[in-house]
Design a protein around this ligand. Sequence first.
Ligand code: ASP
Length: 258
Amino acid sequence: MTAIAVHGGAGDERPEERAPRRAGIIRAAETGWAVLARGGHALDAVIEAVAVLEDDPHFNAGVGSVLTREGIVEMDASVMAGDTLAAGAVATVRGVANPVRLARVVLDEGREVFLVGEPAVALARRHGLRVCPPEALVTEETRRRWLAREAASGNTVGAVARDAAGHLAAATSTGGVSGKRCGRIGDSAVIGAGTYADDARGAGSATGPGEAIIRLGLVRAALERIARGSPADVAARAALACLHRRLGADAGLILIDP
Ligand code: ASP
């Protein structure tokens, strides 16, 4: 069976934001689904789904990302393929329209798993990915909130999928948490914490307070529960409950089991 699940973060939401975000999530799921329907790989499906949300200003990823304390967009993203356990991650990248595609380049190159900062942006240029002035990813609404010191939380994006061949994949992308210090890296870039995929266990993408999610290794922790026999929904709830109990943090998680 082919399947895809997409999330747009688990944070506060104003009533007027709900409709455009819901529309974005549906568009992303349909885009990923189209890849699966023509026999594509789960990895391509999750990347295409996440790229749709990076291009949508209603989400905290790509254009629409929150700003650092210094007023800059710095983004994190990661991808993983469950058949090969190949993974790619980038962090603190500026001016790359689709960090999820850059994470894919890191995966495809296979030299490193994790690349940060300017060398990662240079890689994006070399591979012809869309690169822009960092300010081009800042929306008027994001700037307004930053100037008003309004806390913007959530709206990180992610996807998990299972393709017709039974392969799983996961992808996550974010601008991080608003007001973070430049150089801060969250769970969305950390394999095992915010993103993981293993055909034998499942695939997951998380959202919420990155520091707590990293400390627990949230997605890996949830997948271990699947490996011990829990259905995906039970495993997700149990891992989130554990995060709350151990670290007092509340997060969100999508999981798919084999
Ligand atoms: N997990 C993201 C981070 O800590 C933020 C979020 O999902 O809202 O960077």
